[in-house]
Design a protein around this ligand. Structure first.
Ligand SMILES: Cc1cc2nc3c(=O)[nH]c(=O)nc-3n(C[C@H](O)[C@H](O)[C@H](O)COP(=O)(O)O)c2cc1C
Length: 397
């Protein structure tokens, strides 16, 4: 596997400014450390009214800078050494200084020697401040220079008011960093990803479904987006938030999934990744009203329409990646399924294995294609998603 966690061994320059959300940056630093990134922190004077350098030093296990004068070359060296600079939280003051090129402390001076495309800012402030035309103008200026903006979000603010101004959550900021550091090798691909279970109704309140959480499919959609693809995510019901920057089509039944996938792949899709656990069987009839105890049905099932078969036989068919979730290491069945359904690749996983399959954040898979097989270790679903696209790239090269 040539896949690398995009955060591993990367150097993040974390700037912290004087807002109440500064306390969240301690968790951000810790999460980055856990992802094996190296984090160097710069704190403004105002930020030190909210949190201490010591907290950041402990969270990042690394040096924290607080002054332009403590190390004479830090303002040039730190941006040069960083793969990415992240300002979280970013105050209205820092945003104004950055957009105007003011350099009156270590953080603002460092920002003048960073490439804009490698700077992420996570603004956080009261909604009135955020809506102020000066702040909006400064943010537009920065985004037009290529600075990446995460949030702010809508919700209850530290001042007790409601509105837009909350700093983006730590997972969203990590996601933005990961995305900015990921190689863009899927530019030009139009990828349809399916995820989650389907529901096959017996009556208006009861359905047959399965244990798919959708996590693998959502990780695939986010990974493809990060690598530069145009992504459509067609998902059965899950409790997950669709990844930002992805076209999202919610569906419920296998029939709705069939219609959405065949419709979307016909729109010049270059790849279909079928991570959804689509029901193979559906009740023959669906009662119009809720069945009472006395109406206990004799469950008669019929096969649902085969989505992959339909896409595989369509003119100009996309590259097709299927999934085989088995209970046990029945690789032969997966190999056979790939051939029978004319897939280009099938991803086998044994859902009975601890840490793999349903509802967990990790997976261990075997990636099978026409020319070989590769097993992965047990790793995050995000890493598995990248491993799958790495292999797709090798095959398509
Ligand atoms: C209690 C308190 C909370 C503050 N919260 C914020 C905030 O969330 N966002 C913001 O832009 N400014 C906030 N400010 C104002 C900034 O701290 C102030 O503009 C400061 O000069 C920012 O300096 P810096 O950008 O160098 O960190 C707050 C001030 C106080 C006293």
């Amino acid at each position: 596997m040539n896949f690398l966690n995009p955060l591993k061994n990367r150097s993040v320059l974390l700037g912290i400014t004087g807002g109440v959300a500064a306390y969240k940056s301690v968790e951000l630093a810790r999460r980055l450390y856990d992802e094996e990134a190296s984090v160097v922190t710069i704190m403004t004077e105002a930020s030190r009214h909210f949190i201490t350098p010591l907290s950041l030093e402990v969270a990042s296990r690394n040096r924290v800078y607080t002054s332009l004068w403590e190390d004479p070359l830090a303002h040039i060296r730190l941006p040069k050494e960083a793969d990415i600079t992240v300002i979280a939280p970013a105050t209205a003051n820092l945003i104004a200084k950055f957009s105007q090129g003011i350099a009156d402390d270590l953080l603002s001076t460092c920002l003048l020697s960073c490439s804009s495309k490698k700077v992420i800012i996570a603004p956080a402030m009261n909604w009135r401040m955020y809506e102020n035309p000066a702040v909006q103008r400064n943010l537009s200026q920065l985004t037009s220079q290529g600075v990446i903006l995460v949030g702010p979000e809508q919700g209850s603010l530290a001042c007790g008011e409601e509105g837009t101004g909350r700093m983006a959550g730590v997972p969203e900021i990590i996601d933005a960093i990961r995305s900015a550091l990921t190689k863009k090798d899927l530019v030009g691909e139009r990828i349809v990803v399916t995820a989650g279970p389907t529901r096959e109704y017996l009556d208006p309140v009861r359905f047959i479904s399965n244990r798919s959480s959708g996590k693998m499919g959502y990780a695939l959609a986010a990974a493809a987006r990060d690598r530069g693809a145009v992504v459509t995510l067609i998902s059965g019901p899950t409790s997950l938030q669709p990844p930002a920057g992805v076209r999202y089509i919610p569906v419920e039944t296998a029939a709705a999934m069939f219609a959405a996938v065949t419709g979307e792949t016909a729109r010049a899709a270059t790849m279909l990744v079928m991570a959804a656990a689509v029901a193979d069987f559906s009740p023959e009839t669906r009662a119009e009203t809720k069945l009472g105890k006395k109406d206990m049905p004799q469950l008669k099932l019929r096969m649902t329409d085969d989505i992959i078969a339909a896409v595989a036989s369509s003119p100009g068919r996309p590259f097709i990646v299927g999934f085989a979730a088995e209970t046990g290491r029945d690789l032969d069945r997966a190999r056979q399924k790939m051939r029978d359904k004319q897939m280009d690749m099938i991803v086998f996983n044994d859902v009975a294995e601890p840490g793999a399959g349903f509802d967990v954040d990790t997976n261990r898979v075997v990636i099978i294609d026409r020319s070989g097989e590769q097993g992965t270790e047990l790793m995050s679903k995000n890493s598995v998603a990248h491993a799958i696209f790495d292999r797709v790239r090798e095959i398509k090269a």
